[in-house]
Ligand binder design. Structure first.
Ligand code: SF4
Ligand code: SF4
Ligand code: F3S
Length: 270
């Protein structure tokens, strides 16, 4: 790969809902098409690929062979591990086999979304398929740097920022203990929340549809998990800076934290 070449990306989809990919398709800074046409070379992605079946499989394996050690592997979705991975299959192979084959051949793995990062909804109790995040599922079979961009879905800007960091500085960004980039996950929602002054003043919403809810008071008593959740939603917002859950009147449900389906629920207190 030379400086003028676009960075090859292989984007694998495992046990997921496609929300992360759909979110990324709506990236506006830059627009997703600019990202694809000017910055990255997307070698494989099931959602936007024109190819299907054997043609798509060939494209995947050709890219991995051609760019071994030089491509970025992006993974969306958890990996079912129970029964040797039998609960998730693509093209006759288990997702576990595919991940074991392809991820170690990349130069780095970016887990997009909470499913790929920590298991997400697929791994919620009782987790009959033994779904795990990529790093947990592969263990020592993944001797490559891993970056996690959790969120359900994550903000595309956090993914783009990670890639741009690599392209500009030749290295992945600084990470926290869960391998989330500090530039995006360095502060809690609570510490950046515009409703924080209401929290400090003891001004809480106690009922949906109330006057307090209308006035934008703090949602802590309705179940808000902002104090325990690290993400940059209040500052970057979604949909080109339009809004984010708390601005829309909904408590944060902790979607960028490990095991949030189990540890942050019930999501509502009232
Ligand atoms: Fe879907 Fe959420 Fe999993 Fe992304 S993290 S694939 S949005 S369930
Ligand atoms: Fe904190 Fe949530 Fe209240 Fe915002 S709405 S101040 S994040 S508890
Ligand atoms: Fe998720 Fe909470 Fe942001 S639910 S989208 S981390 S406000």
């Amino acid at each position: 790969i030379t400086g003028s070449q676009r960075l090859p990306v292989v984007y694998l989809s495992f046990a997921e809902c496609t929300g992360c990919t759909e979110g990324l398709l709506r990236s506006t800074y830059p627009w997703f098409d600019e990202l694809l046409l000017e910055t990255l070379s997307l070698e494989y992605n099931e959602t936007v690929f024109a190819a299907a079946g054997e043609q798509a499989e060939k494209a995947l394996h050709d890219a991995v062979t051609k760019y071994e050690g030089q491509f970025l592997c992006v993974v969306a979705g958890a990996i079912p591990t129970a029964g040797d991975g039998i609960y998730g299959m693509i093209a006759g192979k288990t997702m576990l086999e595919i991940a074991r084959d392809i991820c170690p051949k990349s130069m780095a793995v970016i887990c997009i979304g909470t499913c790929a990062s920590f298991g997400g909804v697929a791994a919620a109790a009782p987790n009959p398929t033994g779904a795990k995040g990529v790093e947990d599922a592969l263990g020592e079979a993944l001797p490559k740097p891993v970056v996690k961009i959790p969120g359900c879905p994550p903000n595309p800007i956090n993914f783009v920022g990670t890639v741009v960091n690599y392209l500009l500085f030749g290295k992945l960004p600084e990470l926290d203990a869960y391998k989330r980039p500090l530039f995006a996950y360095g502060k809690t929602i609570h510490d950046q929340c515009p409703r924080r002054s209401h929290f400090e003043n003891g001004e809480f919403v106690e009922e949906w549809g109330s006057k307090e809810a209308e006035m934008g008071w703090c949602l802590y008593n309705m179940g808000c998990k902002g104090p325990e959740t690290y993400n940059n939603c209040p500052t970057v917002k979604f949909n080109d800076g339009t809004s984010w859950p708390v601005q829309a009147g909904h408590p944060c449900i902790g979607c960028s934290e490990p095991d949030f389906w189990d540890t942050m629920s019930p999501f509502y207190k009232a």
